[in-house]
Design a protein around this ligand. Structure first.
Ligand SMILES: Cc1cc2nc3c(=O)[nH]c(=O)nc-3n(C[C@H](O)[C@H](O)[C@H](O)COP(=O)(O)OP(=O)(O)OC[C@H]3O[C@@H](n4cnc5c(N)ncnc54)[C@H](O)[C@@H]3O)c2cc1C
Length: 456
């Protein structure tokens, strides 16, 4: 039986470890932190269970939903029956303006037309103009390298989308999906999102939100399944080097930070690009490849957490325009907030470069009034707790040119494969991308082990 080391216990590593253990390999998952789940994690703040970053997924995230099913978690991550988003904006007389973007049962892409036709934050002419890029997008090939060189904002402008349409409509989805200011996103990744989510099947963009903290949904459930499959999970185990064994180099020595090492027939490297770069043995990839990964950079996500002494909204989540608030989620039940009558809201701020280093007190001065503009009941409510979580390297910067820098799964060294949401999955840096990479890499590794004659 081949011994496989999976390095990194995020969604990519968990997925790969499960797939390889299921196929009969002797799997050891090595994770630097004291828990599994990677970027999808939770912590306990005096009894309150906090996700460091609110996550959502879509109906079209088939690989991620497959992982949830394997983990026995489908019922704990429900999808909307139909795509349904309330969009709020501050109003002139203190009353917020409100729109509801709700799909119909019509087949895609017609399913969104009635809601877009009524969208009150655009003029009639702007609403009519939306069909132009929607139609043109069908001809955009996300895999075309020339498409990856273009800015989404320039492409939208060239297809009749002025500043208002880009900010009040397209940004709603592209900024949160791609974690970069809407205009600055790679057209290639934006096209994947728009074509799959909005122009595909009518249920493709239905939104899923976990009903459990992410640590339980992914990390704890992943550890339980891996134990059942006989895989070994080593937490708080940081890998500091991967060295091909002397001789024919068909095995690998995995060096550990706490001292000691492990020998493996094959390695799945499922860590972020900046952590993968120093671990790759020389000559594993064409010259310059590893150095080029620095160009993928990083883009932050900041979550602003506010607890009120009373309920201020009955919406499970909402998007906002003309406000610093982007998306806001009711976390009261999920967090186990045991304070009767109080409500816990989390604001998710993508592409949050301007907030990443701002002190919590200043963010409070900005976001508590911004929430009061959207939720009138918040004006009389007391804030009982306010805190901020910051993920400075939440995703890579999904800008033009990033597609060319994302490596595939295979390397020149049989038995060593790459995984992670940053690799060339064709998807944005998302949970779906991470799971797809984990599956792709497990398939690649099984093929590679057969090639070098190691029994699977
Ligand atoms: C705040 C936030 C909000 C997000 N929102 C969404 C969302 O709404 N929807 C969505 O689909 N996606 C969202 N994402 C993105 C999504 O979480 C990621 O794309 C995905 O989880 C990445 O998974 P991964 O396994 O590729 O990498 P990671 O989750 O980064 O896992 C890599 C793991 O490798 C470990 N590691 C690193 N170095 C070593 C080493 N030397 N030895 C051992 N282990 C090591 C790390 O500790 C980590 O656990 C969000 C991300 C963040 C941060």
């Amino acid at each position: 039986m081949s011994r496989v080391a999976v390095i990194g216990g995020g969604l990519a590593g968990i997925t790969a470890a499960i797939a390889l253990a299921e196929s009969g390999a002797d799997v050891t998952l090595l994770e630097a932190r004291p828990r599994l789940g990677g970027a999808t994690c939770s912590f306990n703040r005096d009894g309150l269970i906090v996700d460091t970053g609110q996550h959502v997924f879509l109906g079209c995230c088939s690989a991620y939903r497959g992982l949830l099913a394997k983990l026995g978690m489908t019922e704990h991550a429900p999808l909307q029956r139909r795509f349904d988003v309330t969009v709020l904006a501050p109003g002139a007389n203190g009353q917020p303006r409100r729109a509801r973007l709700r799909r119909t049962a019509l087949p895609g892409p017609l399913h969104m037309l009635p809601a877009l036709g009524r969208y009150p934050f655009l003029s009639r002419a702007e609403r009519v103009s939306v069909s132009r890029p929607a139609l043109a997008m069908r001809r955009v090939d996300p895999a075309d390298p020339a498409v990856d060189q273009q800015r989404f904002g320039d492409w939208l402008a060239a297809h009749g989308q002025g500043e208002r349409a880009r900010r009040a409509l397209w940004d709603l989805f592209s900024v949160s999906a791609l974690n970069i200011a809407g205009d600055d996103a790679s057209l290639s990744l934006a096209a994947t999102v728009v074509k799959t989510g909005l122009l595909g099947k009518n249920n493709a963009a239905d939104i899923g939100v976990a009903a459990l903290p992410l640590g339980e949904l992914h990390g704890d459930a992943g550890a339980t399944l891996l134990a059942k499959l006989g895989a070994q999970v080593l937490l708080a185990t940081k890998v500091t080097g991967i060295e091909p064994e002397p001789g024919d180099g068909s095995r690998f020595r995995i060096c550990l930070a706490q001292g000691g090492e492990m020998i493996a027939d094959a390695v799945v490297l499922a860590v972020p690009h900046e952590k993968a770069a120093p671990l790759i043995p020389p000559d594993t990839l064409p010259d310059g490849t590893v150095a080029s990964w620095a160009g993928l950079g990083a883009s932050p996500i900041v979550n602003v957490h506010v607890i009120y002494d009373r309920p201020v909204t009955d919406l499970p989540f909402a998007a906002a325009i003309d406000s610093p608030v982007q998306w806001v989620f009711d976390r009261t039940r999920i967090s186990g907030l045991g304070r009767p009558g109080q409500q816990y809201l989390a604001i998710s701020l993508s592409a949050a470069d301007e907030y990443a280093d701002v002190p919590a007190a200043r963010l409070r001065e900005q976001f508590v009034p911004a929430l009061a503009e959207l939720f009138p009941a918040a004006r009389d409510a007391q804030v009982t707790e306010f805190f901020v979580t910051r993920e400075r390297r939440a995703t890579f910067r999904q800008a033009p040119g990033s597609g060319a820098l994302r490596p595939g799964t295979a390397t020149r060294r049989p038995g060593l494969v790459l995984a992670g949401a940053w690799t060339d999955t064709g998807w944005p840096d998302t949970m779906e991308g991470a799971v797809r990479s984990g599956l792709a890499e497990a398939i690649e590794l099984k093929a590679s082990l057969s090639t070098i004659g190691v029994p699977k």
